[in-house]
Structures are given as structure tokens and as C-alpha cells.
Design a binder for this molecule. Structure first.
Ligand SMILES: *Cc1c(COP(=O)(O)O)cnc(C)c1O
Length: 369
């Protein structure tokens, strides 16, 4: 199903690809001496992997990360041949051949993944590229320290493998004063010393802002490309990328004492005017925004009242002049005034979850493709 017509759409999501490109350029300039990749997993955090990949390749980005093989296949063929597409999860057992045939580069996260990739390389009498992920404090993916030590004692473990980078991932990079950052960095140095000499990669978006000690040879930003603030408690240096507008379906006047929405959780204390807009939790406007979030109309905040429904949200528009808001008028849920981070704070989550929850029945408009 496509929702690409403004006239019939309930809500419109505008994605300004010039802003994504500007964010990548800013991050690339912030990491002199290192390459700057782009992380496009989860459909480029919900923005659309294909248009984002094309734009960033045209901007000069040459290294792209995805999480799944199928995500990699989705962008590999449309990128220039000198681009690399790296699959963070590597191959599930049996998936190695598809990786090779589709010209994707795995991150090897475990000894079995390393062994399977080495075996495929030797069977096909080719050197196959890979990254090695070592765990420095997340216990999620990557070789544990004892696996790295074991690997160092295993002759021939690297047969057939062209090790492009050794990488790790930071757990609290957005908190600059966290002692975990330096601890992970020194563990990374210790583990790298046990491995064949290779280039290194540690920084996600926030890691870039920890300074040049964290840049190594390849930075891996995702969220900051899409406008999420990389440093907690500091002004956001990234440019906003999104505008989300939902159309008013209906406006009604209610008497004092009238309840609004499921569960009758909100009741008008005085006579009020309610506008119902055409977006809800099915579109990624989380239910936790119930009676907490706001929408904007010409700069004025309109509070969400009552429970967020699947397809609708009710706003208290009593503060507006009587006929200001009409059916069909778009109100803003995301714009420069209300960024993904502000909306996330109201929904008690993080910008990442707001982005990756963005619905697929919005009329999507890509600006500056
Ligand atoms: C998602 C991810 C990134 C990108 O992180 P951001 O915080 O979005 O910049 C980088 N590296 C790994 C291993 C990831 O999983």
C-alpha cells in the first residue's frame, strides 16, 4: 500500500535529504584523519534506506553499515562499486554464501562466525573481507576477551580472511563524563594488541564527540545523521531532518465535565475545543504521549488530551481563535521547534525509538533527493 498523495493522506512526513547530507559532512569534518561511514540499519532509522543511501553516496560517503543481510542486499546494487556495505550481525549459520554472493562484508562477532567465514574463503579459494568485533563492555555481540585470547593462540584462524577493521561499540558515549568511555577505550587497546595489526573503529555518533582519541580509522554514526542530539545535556549541533504534519479530521466544542478518549482519562475542566488529528500510535506516535505530548500550530503548542488512539490524537485547541483551525489543516508533530529528542522526552523514550517507530502510512516527501 502506498500513501503518496498529499490530498488523500492523513499525515505527511517530509524528509530533507540535504540536512542528512549536511549532518554527514559535519561528522566527516569532525573526524579528520578517519573515514566517516553511515549507519543505515532499520531502514535508515525509519527514514528510508534507499533514498538516504543514494544521497550520502552522492555526498561522498563510501562505507555503509546495516544490521541484517537483507538490509544490505536492499542497498548494495544501487551504490557505486567502490562503496562498502558492512553487515553488523554477520551471517547467521548457513548465510555466509549469500553474503559473499551479494558482495557484502560481515562483521564477525564470534569464533564460530570467524571459522565459517574462513572456511568459505578457503573453499572458494578467495580472500574474503571482514571486520572483527570485540566486546569491551556491552556483552551483546562481539568476541569476549577470553575468545580474543584463544584466537591469538589459534594458528591459521585468519586463513583466507582480509581483516579490514577491528571494531567495538561504546555503551555510554552520549554521557561524556562516564568513566565507561575511557575504560572501554583501554580495553579496546588491550584486545587489539592481541590481534593481527588492522585499522580500528570505535565511535558511534556520540563517540565522535568524545574527541579524537575515539576516532581511530572509521567512525560509524547513525542517529546524528538523522538529527538526534549526540551529547546529553548539551545543545544539539545536528540539523533537524524531519517535519511531520497530521491533518485535522474534526474540531468540536465540548462542555465542562465532558470526558475525551478511551477510558475517559481526561475530562474538560471548563468548556473546551477539541481537534482530532489523523495520526496515532499505529503511526509511531507512542501511546505514552497520552495527555503529555504537544502538537504545534503556527508556533503555538496544543496539548494532547486523553489517550493516544491507534489512528487519532485529540488536542486541546481552546487557546486558538475560534475558527483558526479547520478540517484538513496540518498540525506539526515534528519540526524545528519540536525535534525527535523533544518528542522522545515527552514520550519517556529516546529519539532513536521515535525515529524507528515512524509509521509507514505517512505520505512521505523526500526533499532534495
Ligand atoms: C547502531 C550502531 C551504530 C550507530 O550508532 P548511533 O548511536 O546511532 O550513531 C554504530 N555501531 C554499532 C555497532 C551499532 O550497532
Amino acid at each position: 500500500m502506498y500513501f503518496d498523495r498529499f490530498e488523500t493522506a492523513g499525515a505527511v512526513l517530509s524528509i530533507d535529504l540535504d540536512q542528512v547530507a549536511a549532518n554527514w559532512q559535519a561528522l566527516n569534518q569532525a573526524t579528520p584523519g578517519a573515514n566517516c561511514a553511515a549507519v543505515l540499519k532499520a531502514n535508515a532509522y525509519g527514514l528510508g534506506a534507499v533514498p538516504v543511501a543514494k544521497k550520502l553516496a552522492a555526498t561522498g560517503c563510501r562505507v555503509f553499515f546495516v544490521a541484517h543481510i537483507d538490509e544490505g542486499i536492499g542497498i548494495r546494487k544501487l551504490l557505486p562499486t567502490d562503496c562498502e556495505v558492512i553487515v553488523l550481525h554477520g551471517a547467521p549459520p548457513g548465510g555466509e554464501r549469500v553474503l559473499r554472493e551479494e558482495n557484502l562484508i560481515p562483521v564477525l562477532n564470534s569464533l564460530p562466525q570467524l571459522q565459517a567465514w574462513s572456511k568459505l574463503a578457503q573453499d572458494s579459494q578467495r580472500r574474503l573481507p571482514a571486520l572483527l568485533h570485540v566486546d569491551t563492555g556491552m556483552a551483546r555481540t562481539g568476541l569476549a576477551a577470553q575468545d580474543v585470547a584463544r584466537l591469538a593462540d589459534t594458528p591459521g584462524a585468519w586463513n583466507g580472511i582480509d581483516l579490514r577493521y577491528v571494531m567495538s561499540h561504546l555503551v555510554s558515549a552520549e554521557i561524556q563524563e562516564s568513566p565507561l568511555n575511557a575504560a572501554q577505550r583501554s580495553e579496546f587497546a588491550r584486545l587489539r594488541a592481541l590481534l593481527p595489526a588492522a585499522r580500528a573503529s570505535l565511535a558511534n555518533s556520540s563517540g565522535i564527540f568524545l574527541g579524537s582519541d575515539f576516532h581511530y580509522d572509521l567512525a560509524r554514526p547513525g542517529a546524528a545523521l538523522y538529527g538526534v542530539a549526540p551529547v546529553k545535556g548539551q545543545p544539539n549541533p545536528m540539523r533537524p531532518v524531519l517535519r511531520l504534519q497530521a491533518k485535522v479530521i474534526q474540531v468540536r466544542d465540548i462542555a465542562a465535565g465532558t470526558p475525551v478518549g478511551y477510558g475517559a482519562t481526561w475530562t474538560a475542566a471548563r468548556p473546551a475545543r477539541i481537534a482530532t488529528i489523523s495520526a496515532g500510535y499505529a503511526d509511531g506516535l507512542l501511546r505514552s504521549l497520552s495527555s503529555r505530548g504537544v502538537a504545534y500550530w503556527q508556533g503555538q503548542a496544543l496539548p494532547v488530551v486523553g489517550i493516544v488512539s491507534m489512528d487519532t490524537i485529540t488536542l486541546d485547541v481552546s487557546a486558538l481563535p475560534r475558527h483558526a483551525l479547520q478540517p484538513g489543516d496540518p498540525v506539526d508533530l515534528l519540526n524545528e521547534q519540536q525535534t525527535v529528542d523533544t518528542l522522545a522526552a515527552q514520550a519517556n523514550t529516546i529519539g532513536y525509538e521515535i525515529l524507528t517507530s515512524l509509521g509507514n502510512r505517512y505520505c512521505r516527501r523526500y526533499l532534495n533527493t
